[in-house]
Design a protein around this ligand. Sequence first.
Ligand code: FAD
Ligand code: NAD
Length: 481
Amino acid sequence: MADAFDVIVIGSGPAGYVAAIRCAQLGLKTACVEKWINNKSNKPALGGTCLNVGCIPSKALLESSEKFDESRHHMAEHGISIDGQVNIDVPAMIARKDKIVGELTGGIAQLFKANGIEWLQGTGKIFPDKHVQVTSADGKTVNSYAGENIIIATGSVPFELPATPLHEDVVVDSAGALDWTDIPKRLCVIGAGVIGLELGSVWRRLGSEVVVLEAQDTFLPMADQRIAKDSLRQFTAQGLDIRLSARVVSSKIENNTVTIEYQDKDGDQTLEVDRMIVAVGRRAFTDDLCNDDVEMEFDERGLVHVNDYCETSIPGIYAVGDVVRGPMLAHKGSEEGVMVAERIAGQHSHLNYEAIPSVIYTLPEIAWVGKTEEQLKSDGIKYNAGSFPFAASGRAKAMAQTAGMVRVLADAETDRVLGVHICGPSASELIGQAVIVMEYEGTSEDIARTVFSHPTLSEAVHEAALGADNRAIHIANRKRN
Ligand code: FAD
Ligand code: NAD
């Protein structure tokens, strides 16, 4: 008889490993199947995209490159001069990133041990009656396990553009761009989405001339457009050459030069660069996940079809994270994992999909939660808007980071906070305050009546909430009728 578990989780990214840990905490006998092999050590690793080639390594490089850029260009105003040249040792920067990845993925292995979770190394495939077959990396060992419940957490992989096939370390996807050990002189990024902006920023700060080609005519259409326009101005001033309405049609490599053909409003264009990053979105990874006789429902985009509780079309099988609808974000997947684990254990957990924050970790950072002004207008919802620029924040001035603003959008009738949008220093941390307010169905008056420390960036959130009622203190308010 096959080894049996209460729960078998397939995939150990932030959705899968968190689900597995919560299941184990609740006393369920849990296994997690994971096939990831680290491309440098050649050893199996937990943590999925997020820890290995996503959130964590990209933030490590953003941090290093920001320090380099700051040392080169932003010290003089503090009265600090640096004798001689500021240099960057790119292999050392990459090695630091790899060390962080190793520590964190190793940490998940420790957590699995501490929680009694069995790591089944290899590729999992679902068979009828909730059996999971696990094939080892070398294909030599195949074992079968029975799960009372199965949680699919197989994540996502980058979309490939047939027009621009990946090629060695010259045309790469996001994972490849986290491993370059030299600085390309001319770099093209296809896609001005989250990855394009973050990785474009990393290499621009290190010295590359970066052109970002974006097919859509609107910059960051999912963000509040005042914030998007403000941040586009700042990225352009930094030297990121972002070209909108630019659809790539082909690329070829000759003599170490990539020639890209794209079309924009003025017709056919050609661009020559040394390297290219293709960052045009990600697709759910469900390749060969279910045997033919397993009747799993998928939607037209290949996502596993689930209801609000992440239940699939097959009782006892759940799916969480990037492989299901909703934003492809680590924290969204993790909270789905917790919800499913608790529901398997008989609890009544749910997830508030209206209050999931999004962050782009550029400089300035961009962060938001809830509805944008454009969404409120198209939904016909009446709202009050308050905004506060960091240029009027004492703390932001002291930090010499005065670009950007906070916007608070509150229901005109109930005053309930419907959306908060931030572009500026530490937006990724500030947005947490807005998420808590929205989770508790708070109002802009609740924020306005709250005492914030001085001088902090958080005061900008306070002032924007006051501004929604035309009573900001440190900027002039709109004239009352
Ligand atoms: P994944 O992390 O993709 O993990 C899925 C795992 O399942 C993988 O380890 C895979 O090997 C395994 N697997 C798949 N099929 C099988 C199988 N059949 N058998 C065994 N194992 C299998 N999100 C944020 O919230 N913040 C960020 O700052 C951020 N930065 C990012 C930066 C980059 C460059 C990228 C690419 C992504 C970033 N993301 C970020 C997105 C984030 O990484 C994903 O949303 C998140 O990893 C999804 O988690 P997941 O557990 O659903 O899937
Ligand atoms: P994305 O969907 O954010 O952006 C892809 C962009 O590529 C889009 O703007 C699209 O219009 C453009 N595009 C598509 N085809 C094109 C073409 N032929 N020519 C020019 N432009 C084209 O996707 P991404 O940046 O690849 O990120 C993938 C996922 O990873 C996202 O869903 C994101 O949520 C997640 N992620 C999150 C973070 C974060 O939370 N900070 C960081 C990185 C990635």
